[in-house]
Design a protein around this ligand. Structure first.
Ligand code: FAD
Length: 468
């Protein structure tokens, strides 16, 4: 079977679904191709995993990076209308608490000044305030102490599965076609545009598209979705989490917690206390869980092969080192927690050398990518999808920061161009292929001493961003 469309979007995740909605809102004929999730029997597992198959992603207005701040703010402005139009409430306004090391009060001052300029209400709390306001939280033993930046409105978490469902429902309402299957090959069409092979349970079709948007997240370099074997400067890492089940007796006391992020400035290994913690969230099994994840410690591994990525997702088993690290951290953050059960949650995040997403053309103005959430793309996903839609349509860039900030970069070993895929190149080769630093590949597995603040060993590793 063969199908023709103006724009084919590969990947029905957070960025692909947002782009699909914006394109259909603009009246464009769109086909979005991607499985619904790991439980979707319609396709093979190597295409079904993604970073959004969970119940909560932290949303904050307060931020310390102007680029991400602009993506996040513009997305969040539209949450209410997406909820209203789709009838799917995905945002939980439970508040956000960022625990900053006092030793970086200059950064805290800067963040507060930016918040004041942006009209974001933030309370600054000292350790006594924190103990009084959040008695369930343990002290975070960062040298010099911590202070809290608390946003109690317009911050909390979003349900990424529901947001994707909302975006896809609105896109479908606008006429988009969603094929729940995987793209197994992409090649240039003789007459211009692209030919995609789409395979899944009961699906075996060819899609002919004038323009192509690739939004396949961490799988982009290994899923065979970039034509001619192209690869981006994009690094995938394991993202280990622990989920703590809450019994009825503890739920009441913990349910009013905000999301919590700790910011420890010392990027020196597993004694670093940068973490993220979700308040109690109800999961599809009907139980309530709190979820904890790492900040910038070297308990993560880079994944470069499709088989390893699928295995990490499929096994849902942390390494002993990750499990010990996260359980110690949870004991520190919520010392009185007595969970009936604790389970692993294995996900993957992808990082770009710039730390910003790629939103732009690769080789050809009919091929656009929107990838590189860098571990915090959920809250800005709607703006990332919108910007990708404008690039696909060749409309003038109207982002808050210059388009060049998001220019896709080709993997360093492919620099100089691959003749197989640089047909009709709209950009000179030199500017297409910029140098990449191999962030993330320089692990220094410093030995961890539990809570051993004095045992910090300089690792020189800085591949992880400071906080969620
Ligand atoms: C544990 C964890 C915690 C996080 N916490 C936060 C947070 O607190 N706040 C925040 O803002 N962000 C957070 N993030 C990041 C956020 O979830 C991601 O940045 C976001 O999901 C990226 O969206 P995406 O569309 O690029 O990728 P995804 O959401 O992963 O979507 C990619 C899609 O491509 C599909 N695909 C792959 N191959 C093919 C193929 N061949 N054919 C068709 N489809 C294909 C996959 O099935 C998938 O659905 C977190 C991520 C993780 C893993």
């Amino acid at each position: 079977m063969s199908h023709t469309t103006d724009v084919a979007i590969v990947g029905a995740g957070m960025f692909g679904s947002a782009a699909a909605r914006h394109l259909t809102d603009a009246g464009v004929d769109v086909t979005v191709i991607g499985p619904s999730g790991p439980d979707d029997a319609s396709t093979r597992p190597e295409h079904a995993f993604g970073a959004h198959h969970d119940e909560a992603r932290i949303v904050r207005r307060l931020g310390w990076d102007a680029v991400w701040g602009s993506l996040d703010a513009r997305s969040q402005e539209r949450f209410a209308s997406i909820e209203e139009r789709s009838g799917l409430p995905f945002f939980e306004d439970c508040g956000s608490l960022v625990l900053m090391a006092r030793s970086i009060s200059h950064r805290t001052e800067k963040i507060l000044a930016q918040c004041a300029a942006d009209g974001i209400a933030v309370e600054r709390l000292d350790e006594d305030d924190l103990a009084r306001r959040f008695p369930a939280l343990g002290a975070v033993p960062i040298a010099g102490g911590v202070e809290g930046l608390y946003e109690n409105r317009g911050a909390g978490y979003l349900n990424p599965r529901l947001l994707v469902r909302a975006q896809l429902a609105l896109a479908a309402g606008g006429g988009a076609r969603h094929v729940r299957a995987a793209v197994t090959d992409v090649r240039p069409a003789g007459s211009g545009g692209w030919v995609l092979d789409v395979r899944g349970d009961g699906v075996d079709e060819t899609v002919n598209a004038q323009r192509l948007l690739v939004a396949t997240g961490a799988f982009t370099n290994v899923a065979g979705v970039l034509p001619g074997g192209r690869r981006l400067a994009l690094h995938a890492f394991t993202e280990p989490n622990l989920l703590y089940e809450l019994g009825e007796e503890q739920l009441g006391a913990l349910r009013t917690l905000p999301t919590v992020v700790t910011v420890d400035p010392e990027d020196v290994g597993e004694a670093n206390l940068s973490l993220y913690l979700l308040p109690p969230v109800r999961y599809p099994d009907g139980r309530w869980y709190m979820r904890i994840g790492p900040g910038m410690q070297p308990v993560v591994d880079e994944l470069t092969r499709l088989g390893d990525m699928v295995e990490w997702y499929a096994a849902q088993t942390l390494t002993p080192r990750q499990e010990i690290f996260l359980s110690e951290m949870m004991q520190m953050l919520v010392p009185d927690l007595k969970p009936p059960s604790v389970r692993s949650a294995c996900c993957i995040i992808e990082k770009t050398p710039s730390r910003y997403p790629y939103i732009g053309h690769v080789d050809d103005e009919t091929l656009t990518v929107a990838v590189g959430g860098n571990g915090h793309g959920a809250r800005g996903s709607d703006e990332i999808g919108r910007l990708a839609a404008t690039v696909v349509l060749g409309q003038p860039w109207d982002g808050a920061v210059p388009a060049d900030t998001f220019r896709p970069r080709i993997a360093s070993d492919q620099m100089g161009g691959d003749p197989k895929c640089s047909r009709r190149s709209a950009v000179p080769a030199r500017s297409r292929c910029s140098t990449v630093s191999t962030t993330g590949s320089t692990h220094n597995w410093a030995r961890r001493t539990p809570m051993g603040r004095s045992s910090r060993a300089a690792s020189g590793r800085s591949s992880r961003s400071a906080a969620r």
